[in-house]
Structures are given as structure tokens and as C-alpha cells.
Design a binder for this molecule. Structure first.
Ligand SMILES: [Zn+2]
Ligand SMILES: [Zn+2]
Length: 361
């Protein structure tokens, strides 16, 4: 006989507006404030939702538990905060005392399905489109839309475990990065919001119509391949490739040695640079020697230093994040921007309760 299925996790979510949260005071634990709170109890049809508001695991304290009562829409003002001990019934239960439903070890971590979730995601994407075109509402509206677009998309993936289980590390890193960067969307320029929109929309296609097997983000597989090529290069070529000074390290246009993958005048895709570097390495050639600082237009010493620094920063990222960074660089983001944003996103993820291990062993 099949064992009875575990109940799914509720997963209802609300964006936290920090201005509505009382500051921790005497007897109230501090800790990292979540940017978004998700109900952790077994799926329930009614009653208040429960989720962690402050992550005190960072300070060795106990978590504070917010509860907010039956809502329609997203009135973030209804958050009320309670500081409660952990549930005493099951030693490993991560829920608060007197929580409704079963203890956490008896829960299925997959989220319950919510037909309203995809509707809210679509609405959030429309709001962000208007924001990118300069016809949207204010910053608060954009902040809520960015939260819903990234976080509810993440929730929808977790409500469809067959997709998430099959998602390779690089694609998962893209989803995580979008969550980590969602808080910055209201201050991005038009192009930045459009890129965020394009990437979230691409993730939503993971559950769209069509065959499911092997479905992943565009160029995800290619990014893993090119990451392998990049990290297989000697350090001087890695630094040259990540310096972003492509025109300065490649032979001039018209040269037979120049990669033929240009996608427009003066535009050399990153994989063209990597291909060239790989060929040069095989032939025993080094990148051009850096020219002194005052010689503008060449591959300068500070370019080499920046490239070497970015290679170190790339190596410190978890594997999937490295593949994601290479994918972004191939899309035209500068290596400096791709790696700076990755680091910011990894740190911002803590505010969403997602902790990643840096590749620092
Ligand atoms: Zn709930
Ligand atoms: Zn419990």
C-alpha cells in the first residue's frame, strides 16, 4: 500500500515593507529582516498564515514569527509580529509553538498549487513593462511588482517539483539571482528593467505548454560549455578575456586570425574571444603584453589587473553562479557588472531566507 501523501506547504507570500515593521527592542530579538515572508505551515484553506520575519540564525537567537490574518490582495500593513519559541512537539520541527497543521518534518516542502499565482505573475510583468516604458506607477508599485515577478515565479517552480528537480545548477542560479536582484529593480534604468523582465519571462516559460523533458533556460547549456573553456585557459588568458577589453586583445578587423563570430560592427561575442584564446593557448601564444597606463586604447596594466581580479571573483562563486555569469557576459553584460551583480545577489538572497555557500574551500 502506498504511504499516505504528506500535506503540501501553504506557501502564501507577502512582501515585507520595512517601514511597517517595529524595530527590535528590549526582549525582542533582532536579526536579519526578511524582504518577503512565506507561510510555512501545511496548506490550509483559511486562518492566518505563519512565516519567519527575522532570521536570527545569524545571531544565534530565536526567530520572530509574524502572523497576518485573512487577506485579499496584498495589504502588507496587516503584518503582526509575535516572538514565539519553536514547536516543542517534534524535536526537528522548524515551526513556531502552537502552529496549525502537521509538524515540519511531516510536511512536503513542495508548495500547494495556487491558480492565482500565475495571474499575479502576469500582472507583475505587465506593471514592470509599464514601468520600463516610463508609464508605470511609483517606486512602491515597481517594488511590489518586482517582488511578485521574481518571488512568485520561484514559488510556482516549487509548486511544480518536476520542473525544479530537473533544473540544472546554472539555471537555478539564474532564478536565485533574479530573486536576489528583485529589490534593486525600482532603481534600475529602463534597459535594466527590460533585462529583468526578459529573464523572468524566460523562467516562466519553464512551465509553459510543450514537452517538459530537458527544458531549460536559453543558452544555459552553452554557458556551461564556455565556462569550461574559460576556466581551462591559463591565468593570463582568463584575465584578458574577463578584462572586457576584447578589441584590445583581438587581432584587428580584417585579420585572418580574428574570430569570425561577430554579430555586428565592432561587436565580438564573448564565446568568440574564448575560442580565439583557446586557439592561441594551444599554439603557445600569450595575450598581448599590457601597455603603460598613459597609452590609451591598448590592453593596459589596469585592464589585466581587473581581469585577474574578476577571475578570482568568478572562481569564488558556486558553480551554477559561474555558469550564470558567463551566460550574462555572452548576452552583453560586462564581466565587471556580471560579477558585481552576482555578489550583490548572493548577499541579498539572505533576506529571502536562501543561503548559498561561496566556493571558498
Ligand atoms: Zn498559509
Ligand atoms: Zn511542530
Amino acid at each position: 500500500m502506498m504511504p499516505p501523501a504528506k500535506p503540501l506547504t501553504c506557501g502564501a507570500r507577502i512582501r515585507v515593507e520595512p517601514r511597517l515593521i517595529p524595530a527590535p527592542g528590549p526582549g525582542t530579538p533582532g536579526g536579519l529582516l526578511r524582504s518577503s515572508v512565506q507561510c510555512r505551515t501545511a496548506a490550509h484553506g483559511h486562518g492566518p498564515h505563519w512565516g519567519v520575519l527575522r532570521d536570527t540564525a545569524w545571531t544565534g537567537g530565536r526567530p520572530g514569527w509574524p502572523t497576518w490574518t485573512s487577506w485579499t490582495g496584498r495589504p502588507a500593513g496587516l503584518l503582526s509580529v509575535h516572538v514565539l519559541p519553536f514547536c516543542p512537539h517534534t524535536p526537528a520541527c522548524s515551526l513556531a509553538a502552537d502552529h496549525p497543521g502537521v509538524c515540519s518534518p511531516l510536511l512536503d516542502p513542495a508548495l500547494s498549487t495556487d491558480p492565482g499565482r500565475t495571474v499575479e505573475i502576469d500582472q507583475a510583468l505587465k506593471t514592470l513593462t509599464a514601468h520600463a516604458q516610463g508609464s508605470g506607477g511609483g517606486t512602491d508599485e515597481a517594488a511590489q511588482a518586482a517582488h511578485d515577478a521574481a518571488l512568485l515565479t520561484w514559488d510556482e517552480l516549487r509548486a511544480r517539483p518536476r520542473i525544479l528537480d530537473a533544473l540544472p545548477e546554472g539555471d537555478l542560479a539564474t532564478v536565485h539571482r533574479l530573486i536576489g536582484r528583485s529589490g534593486s529593480v525600482p532603481v534600475l534604468d529602463e534597459a535594466g528593467v527590460r533585462t529583468f523582465l526578459r529573464e523572468v519571462t524566460e523562467v516562466t516559460r519553464l512551465w509553459g505548454p510543450g514537452p517538459r523533458d530537458g527544458r531549460r533556460l536559453t543558452h544555459g547549456q552553452a554557458a556551461e560549455f564556455w565556462l569550461g573553456v574559460l576556466t581551462g585557459l591559463p591565468p593570463d588568458w582568463q584575465a584578458a578575456a574577463l578584462s572586457g577589453r576584447y578589441e584590445q586583445i583581438l587581432p584587428p578587423p580584417g585579420s585572418p586570425q580574428r574570430p569570425s563570430l561577430a554579430e555586428g560592427p565592432g561587436c565580438v561575442p564573448f564565446h568568440g574571444v574564448l575560442q580565439y584564446a583557446r586557439r592561441q593557448t594551444a599554439a603557445g601564444h600569450h595575450p598581448p603584453s599590457p601597455v603603460p597606463h598613459h597609452e590609451h586604447g591598448g590592453y593596459r596594466e589596469e585592464d589585466r589587473t581587473l581581469g585577474a581580479d574578476l577571475a578570482t571573483r568568478l572562481a569564488a562563486l558556486p558553480y551554477g553562479w559561474r555558469a550564470d555569469a558567463v551566460r550574462r557576459i555572452a548576452y552583453g553584460t560586462t564581466p565587471l557588472d556580471a560579477l558585481s551583480e552576482a555578489a550583490q545577489a548572493v548577499n541579498a538572497l539572505r533576506h529571502h531566507g536562501i543561503r548559498l555557500a561561496w566556493n571558498r574551500t
